[in-house]
Ligand binder design. Structure first.
Ligand code: HEM
Length: 469
C-alpha cells in the first residue's frame, strides 16, 4: 500500500515541549541526544520549533520515500533553507525543486564525474602536501581549523585550476570561516533580528559582498587564462629567461565546464553556484577529517593498519591519485567517521499537500525533517552506534547496513559532490599520515557540537616526525 493512501494513525509528539518555544530549547541545547531519542516514539514524530510543528522521520525506509519515491510531494524547503537562500541565492542546494534545479544540476553534474576529478587528483595531492608539510613540528594545532583550510585549498585547486593567484587563495581562506559562522548565526536567529541594521548583520553582509567580489575575480582569472594561455591572468608579461625552469603544466579547473556550457549561466548564477559549492564542500569534509584524525590517534591498532596499508601501496614514494582505490582501510575509517559524526544532522523538506506517510497524516506546508545522524545511530542496524568501528564497512558486515547510511542523501537532491568528497578525504588523510609518522591529541576529549555539521568543540593535535614506539 502506498504511503499516501494508508489510513492515518495519531502521530506521537515528542515529550518536553514548552509553551511558545516548543522543542527549540532541546534543539539548541542537546540536539544530537534529542534527535536520536525520537526513534523510540515512532517512525514519524511531531516536534515543535517555536510555534510551528515539524515531523521527524525516524525510519530510513520512510526517509527514502520522502527523498526518492514520493519526492514530488516533499520538495526542498523549510525555515533553514529559506534563511540560507538569503546568502546562497539560487545555488544548487537552495534553489526550489523544479525545472531550474534540474537544468542546473545537469549542467554541474559533469564537473564532478570520476574522470574529471581523477584528472585533478595529483594537483590536489601536491597542494595538500605543500600545506601539511609546512606545519611546524610538534606544535599543538587546531585540527578543525586546519582541516577546513586544507579542504578549501584542495577544492580551490580542483575548481579554479592550479594557477589561482595566491592573493585570492589566501583571502578565500581568511574569509570562509567568518562567512560560515555568520551564516550559522543568520539561520539560527529569527528573521526579524537578522534583518535589523546591527553591527553583526552589517559585517556579515559586507563579508558576503566581498566573497562575491573574490569569486568574480577568480572567474575573470579563469576566463582570461582560457583566452590567453601564455599569461598569468594579471596582465603581466611572463618572464622570458631561457634558463628559467619550465613552469609546472597548468591545469584548468572543473569550473571550465560551467563557463563553456551551451546555455551559459549569468554572473550572478555563477556566483551563487560557487558559494554553494564552497560551503557544501569545505566543512562537511573538514569535520569528517578532524574526527577521523581524532579517532585514529586514540586507536593504535587502527593507526598501524592505516600506516601499513600506505606503506604497502606506495612503497616509500609519495602518494599518487592512482593509489586511492587500493587504500581500502583508509576508506573504511573515513566512512565510519562520516557515520558516527553525521556530518549533516538535520535536513528539511516541506509537505506540498496534506499527505500520509507511514500511516501518519502530515499537513500541507509542514516541515518534514530527516537526519542522516539519526539513521546512522540506529542500534539495530549499527550495533553500539557510539563505538568507532571501521570494520563495520568490511564487505561481510556492510550488507546489513544497506539503506541506513544516508550521509549523502538520496534522490534528485542527493549530494552532487560525493565522488569528489571521497577523493579529497582519502588524499588528505593519506598525505597527513605519510608526512607525519606520529600524531597525538593534546586537548581534552572533544564534545560533538551540532551546528551546520557535527563539529568538535575543541580539538588540538600535534604532528611530529618521531615515529611512535
Ligand atoms: C563528507 C562530505 C559530504 C557530505 C556528508 C555531504 C552531504 C550532503 C547531503 C546530505 C546533501 C543532501 C541535502 C538534502 O537532501 O537536502 C548534500 C547536497 C549537496 N552537496 Fe554535499 N556533502 C558532502 C560533500 C560535498 C562536497 C565535497 C560538495 C561539493 C563539491 C558538495 C556539494 C553539495 C551540493 C551542491 C548539494 C546540493 C545538491 C542538490 O540539491 O541538487 N557536498 N550533501
Amino acid at each position: 500500500m502506498s504511503a499516501t493512501t494508508r489510513p492515518s494513525a495519531p502521530t506521537p509528539t515528542a515529550p518536553g515541549g514548552l509553551p511558545l518555544i516548543g522543542h527549540a530549547h532541546r534543539l539548541a541545547r542537546d540536539p544530537l541526544p534529542f534527535i536520536t531519542s525520537l526513534r523510540r516514539y515512532g517512525s514519524v514524530v511531531r516536534i515543535r520549533i517555536g510555534p510551528s510543528p515539524a515531523y521527524v522521520v525516524t525510519d530510513p525506509a520512510l526517509t527514502r520515500r520522502v527523498l526518492v519515491t514520493e519526492a514530488a510531494h516533499f520538495p526542498k524547503g523549510g525555515r533553514i533553507i529559506d534563511a540560507l537562500r538569503l546568502f546562497f541565492g539560487d545555488g544548487l542546494a537552495t534553489i526550489a525543486d523544479g525545472e531550474a534545479h534540474l537544468r542546473n544540476r545537469r549542467l554541474i553534474q559533469p564537473m564532478f564525474n570520476k574522470s574529471h576529478i581523477a584528472d585533478r587528483g595529483d594537483a590536489m595531492i601536491r597542494q595538500v602536501r605543500a600545506m601539511v608539510e609546512a606545519w611546524p613540528q610538534g606544535a599543538p594545532r587546531d585540527v578543525y581549523a586546519d582541516m577546513n583550510a586544507t579542504t578549501l585549498a584542495a577544492f580551490l585547486v580542483a575548481l579554479f585550476g592550479t594557477d589561482l593567484p595566491d592573493r585570492l587563495e589566501s583571502e578565500f581562506t581568511s574569509l570562509m570561516p567568518e562567512i560560515m559562522e555568520g551564516t550559522i548565526r543568520q539561520t539560527i536567529l529569527p528573521s526579524w533580528i537578522t534583518g535589523l541594521p546591527l553591527p553583526a548583520n552589517r559585517a556579515h553582509a559586507a563579508r558576503v559582498a566581498r566573497l562575491r567580489a573574490l569569486i568574480d575575480q577568480a572567474i575573470d582569472h579563469h576566463v582570461h587564462r582560457a583566452a590567453h594561455p601564455g599569461t598569468d591572468g594579471t596582465g603581466a608579461v611572463p618572464a622570458q629567461c631561457p634558463h628559467a625552469p619550465a613552469p609546472p603544466t597548468r591545469q584548468a579547473g572543473l569550473f571550465a565546464a560551467l563557463l563553456t556550457a551551451e546555455t551559459p549561466l549569468s554572473r550572478r548564477q555563477l556566483q551563487d553556484e560557487v558559494i554553494t559549492l564552497l560551503t557544501g564542500a569545505i566543512e562537511t569534509t573538514g569535520t569528517t577529517l578532524a574526527w577521523a584524525l581524532y579517532e585514529i590517534s586514540r586507536d593504535p591498532g587502527t593507526e598501524r593498519l592505516l600506516r601499513d596499508e600506505l606503506a604497502l601501496v606506495c612503497a616509500g614514494r609519495p602518494l599518487r591519485h592512482e593509489d586511492l582505490d587500493r587504500l581500502v582501510h583508509a576508506r573504511r575509517v573515513l566512512q565510519e567517521a562520516i557515520r558516527k559524526y553525521g556530518p549533516a544532522w538535520m535536513v528539511t523538506r516541506t509537505a506540498s499537500r496534506d499527505i500520509e506517510l507511514g500511516g501518519h497524516r502530515i499537513p500541507e506546508g509542514a516541515d518534514v525533517v530527516w537526519s542522516p545522524y539519526l539513521h546512522q545511530h540506529d542500534p539495530e542496524v549499527f550495533p553500539a552506534p557510539d563505538v568507532f568501528d571501521p570494520d563495520r564497512w568490511a564487505p561481510d558486515r556492510s550488507q546489513a547496513t544497506r539503506g541506513s547510511f544516508l550521509a549523502f542523501g538520496d534522490g534528485r537532491r542527493k549530494c552532487i559532490g560525493e565522488n569528489f568528497a571521497w577523493t579529497e578525504l582519502q588524499i588528505i588523510l593519506a598525505t597527513i599520515l605519510q608526512t607525519w609518522p606520529r600524531i597525538g591529541v593534546t586537548s581534552a576529549a572533544p564534545s560533538a557540537q551540532a551546528v551546520v555539521t557535527v563539529k568538535p568543540d575543541k580539538l588540538m593535535m600535534t604532528f611530529s616526525s618521531e615515529a611512535s614506539g
